[in-house]
Design a protein around this ligand. Sequence first.
Ligand SMILES: [Cu+2]
Length: 94
Amino acid sequence: MKLIEANNIEAIKRKFNIDRRLQTCHTGIVGPYFLEGHIPAEDIKRLLREKPDIKGLVVPGMPMGSPGMEGDYSAPYNVLSVDADNKIRIYARH
Ligand SMILES: [Cu+2]
């Protein structure tokens, strides 16, 4: 996997037209997809394996227990997919 440092995250968010309400602290790109928020590696692997017709994945907020947010407790959270029409579906439950 190639990691590209982006110095204008806002431009990326605009390019993918990511809904403001879904934007979080971390934005990544893998292949044709955007990744927004703390998304577990297993979901990214599944994304690259299945190559669904979506724009990207989002974990809104910074849920406790998501990658990088390990702590005293974990809360259940959903990984959401966003398609070309900005329709949101649950991609994975954690
Ligand atoms: Cu975060």
